[in-house]
Design a protein around this ligand. Structure first.
Ligand code: CA
Length: 314
């Protein structure tokens, strides 16, 4: 049975199902709606039988608990992801829990704004004005090859490594979190799902269902269709329908911690752009190397320049 929730501003439903070929469900999902604040999370666990289930449940529980406490902001969402990452990583240090990790895609509403935080290959879509857009990028081996032009979408869909993800929550001490912010409009519909849905149903099918059915019926229909197409994996769907948005407050200046420790202002819902994306690189080694690489390049460049100038003078 789908779990439905609603208020003045949004109506939503969530549903998860093991599918037809797996005995356990390693997907997890949860939601909280409170006035013009809301949070929805989908997670798809990996690892052994128990560990995958535990990882996705921990992610969903941690994120919802942190975000529901305060006014949703990118920083709060990042804190929630960090807390979930730490908790799952710690739990995964037991010998019997090796390989534990999970995807996590969270949609937080602080109307009229939406913030999406994302790790892995679960997805967030937005249906607006008759167009379905995938808001998140898959952190997967095939998606990276597709972005490089090395695989076509149909090759990626059927590739034997299509399930290999390149970034997960709880697998390492650090994870890369993509943050997306946008201004919400009445009539917007969000879909969050695991790859057990998006890997089976074409975007055109997702769009048709989102357009024609209210959230509770939509999640039921999506899961039923994925099962009719074989249900090869666990299936999770969240549909959020925006009924109305409160009057606009002054634009929020939400600061994001970056690798350098410098806060960056993420301007959500700027005029002329519907989606503002801020991608965070993992802190620590990578940022350190990037800074050193720039310094080395600069030193080499200046040395060459000096050499050429001095050489020419002789
Ligand atoms: Ca899956």
């Amino acid at each position: 049975m789908p779990s439905a929730a609603g208020g003045t501003f949004v109506e939503a439903a969530v549903l998860t199902h093991p599918g037809r070929q797996r005995t356990t469900n390693q997907d997890a999902v949860d939601q909280r709606i409170n006035g013009n604040y809301a949070v929805f999370v989908v997670a798809d666990g990996m690892g052994g039988h128990r560990t995958g289930e535990l990882a996705s449940k921990m992610a969903v529980k941690n994120i919802v608990e942190v975000v529901r406490e305060e006014e949703p902001s990118p920083t709060l969402l990042l804190d929630a992801f960090e807390e979930a990452n730490d908790a799952i990583y710690m739990a995964g240090q037991r010998p019997e829990s090796r390989g534990m990790g999970t995807t996590a895609t969270a949609l937080a509403l602080n109307l009229p704004y939406a913030i999406i935080a994302h790790v892995g290959d679960s997805r967030a879509y937005l249906l607006r004005d008759g167009q379905l857009n995938q808001l998140t990028q898959d952190h997967s081996w095939v998606a990276e090859r597709m972005r490089q032009g090395l695989l076509t979408p149909s090759e990626a869909r059927n590739h034997r490594w299509r399930n290999v993800i390149t970034n997960a929550l709880g697998s390492f001490p650090e994870a890369r979190v993509d943050l997306i912010g946008l201004k919400v409009q009445p009539g917007d519909r969000f879909l969050l799902c695991s790859d057990g849905l998006s890997g089976v149903l074409e975007d055109s099918v997702l769009q048709e269902i989102l357009e024609s059915l209210p959230p509770t019926e939509a999640v039921e229909h999506l899961v039923r269709l994925a099962n009719e197409w074989g249900g090869p994996d666990n299936i999770t769907a969240v549909v959020v329908s925006v009924l109305d948005v409160p009057k606009e407050k002054s634009p929020p200046a939400w600061a994001l911690p970056l690798e350098s420790g410098e806060p960056v202002v993420l301007a959500l819902g700027q005029e002329g752009s519907t989606v503002e994306t801020q991608v965070l690189e993992p802190p620590g080694k990578r940022g350190f190397w990037h800074r050193w690489r720039d310094i080395i390049f600069l030193v080499v460049y200046v040395s060459l320049l000096l050499y050429v100038l001095l050489f020419n003078k002789r």
